[in-house]
Ligand binder design. Structure first.
Ligand SMILES: *Cc1c(COP(=O)(O)O)cnc(C)c1O
Length: 410
């Protein structure tokens, strides 16, 4: 978003006008920002065959999935329903990687029928898979490298207590199951979780995959997952992609020599592509002064953006309606009947009732984690693409709330 004079713009469109047109609360996405992030990834990772699979769960709207396909990406999905959405969005099954955790074998069978690439993350399912399909359906295996990436334990997935992946310490057992059943392993995968800051940590994970890869002869790809950090505060450190890219290039070259041929390198960015592209625009309903603080109560809350309450996530925000006013301290809270703070002690340009607050980094895990708690409608979603605002999901109505409910008369 760009400030010109007293108004904020996205691709030449005045954001305040979009709020008037589509109403608030509103999720607003900027396709140019998504593209810019993708360009950065593509610049950083070169010199070897690389594929990007958009991690659908970050922002699952079908138009976003189609946009990502238009940009040439594949798709990473974590449920059979996301896989269905991917097919509906036009992805060929072979471009969809299905990486579930703790799902039933029936769901795996459905994925086989859909023809998506299946990423298996436990030995029990691997055995059932081998028993049923032998080597007839090529698969990928998700390893747990036991690396503690940055971020908090809720979003970190590669550590020793994590439920994800097959431990690298179980490699011998894994190989026994693979060989005994003749399973065709064409990919190895690690995803250590969000917020990788350090090229070193990333490369340690990569090295474990390279070492494991020597045990498999038919590999077509190695998938390094995601976790590239984006700034949530203006002075936040971010992943030094160029450094990761150039170090990885060396490591891949070494691996290729050892392995005897090239394999593709895959990544599955979610947050990196969409976090900063999205804003949650909310209207200030009430300014309420208490003995402790000044609350700004807005027409949204943890039902629409759960990250602050669930992960203590910090989402920067600003007063869109009064960009040049004096700054004051506010506690910005939602309208849910439960403590739902969106931001403590925020310096915002002076707010009056009716002003729009723009909450940043709302593109990833915003709408996709929203709910109807308190029987509130979920917001509309608007995508700005090539200078035009597209409504990509209408605001809910009472019919949406009641859709699956059965009324019993007493
Ligand atoms: C969630 C997830 C991602 C995306 O993670 P981000 O931090 O949003 O980039 C990638 N791969 C898998 C398997 C995931 O579960």
């Amino acid at each position: 978003m760009e400030l010109k004079g007293n108004d904020y713009y996205i691709q030449g469109l005045q954001v305040q006008q979009l709020c008037d047109e589509f109403g608030t609360p509103l999720y607003l996405y900027d396709a140019d920002k998504i593209k810019a992030q993708l360009d950065k990834l593509q610049e950083a990772f070169g010199g070897f065959p690389v594929r990007f699979k958009y991690a659908a769960k970050a922002l699952t709207n079908i138009s976003i999935l189609k946009l990502m396909r238009h940009y040439g990406l594949g798709l990473d999905v974590v449920s059979i329903q996301e896989a269905m959405l991917g097919l509906k969005a036009g992805y060929p099954a072979k471009d969809i990687l299905y990486t579930p955790n703790c799902v039933s074998f029936e769901e795996i069978q459905m994925a086989v029928e859909m023809g998506v690439m299946i990423n298996i993350d436990n030995i029990s399912i691997l055995e059932q898979f081998g028993h049923q399909y032998g080597g007839s359906v090529p698969i990928c295996i998700r390893l747990n490298p036991h690396i503690m990436a940055g971020g908090n334990t809720k979003i970190s997935t590669g550590h020793i207590d994590s439920k994800f992946g097959i431990s690298v310490l179980q490699m011998r057992h894994l190989l026994r199951v693979v060989k005994t059943n003749g399973i065709k392993v064409v990919g190895l995968h690690v995803h250590t979780g969000s917020d990788i800051l350090d090229a070193e940590v990333f490369l340690r994970g990569a090295q474990i995959v390279f070492d494991a890869a020597r045990e498999f002869e038919e590999l077509q790809f190695l998938d390094f997952g995601s976790g590239f950090k984006v700034p949530y505060r203006h002075d936040d450190a971010t992943t030094d992609l160029r450094q990761v890219g150039s170090r990885l290039k060396e490591a891949v070259a070494g691996f290729t020599k050892d392995y005897g041929r090239e394999v593709e390198i895959w990544f599955e960015p979610g947050k990196y592509l969409v976090s900063e592209a999205g804003y949650l625009l909310v209207r200030t309903n009430v300014i309420k002064t208490t003995p402790a603080t000044v609350f700004a109560g807005v027409d949204s809350g943890m039902n629409h953006l759960i990250r602050p309450m669930m992960y203590d996530a910090y989402h920067d925000m600003f007063n869109l309606s009064n960009p040049n006013g004096i700054q004051r301290v506010y506690t910005v809270v939602g309208y849910i009947c439960e403590t739902d703070t969106l931001g403590w002690d925020r310096k915002l340009n002076e707010l009056k009732e009716g002003d729009i607050i723009a909450i940043k980094n709302a593109g990833a895990y915003g709408y996709s984690m929203s709910s109807n708690y308190n029987s509130r409608f979920r917001p509309a979603e608007v995508l700005v693409y090539e200078g035009k605002a597209h409504l990509i999901r209408r605001r809910e109505t009472l019919d949406d709330l009641l859709r699956n409910q059965q009324e019993v008369e007493f």
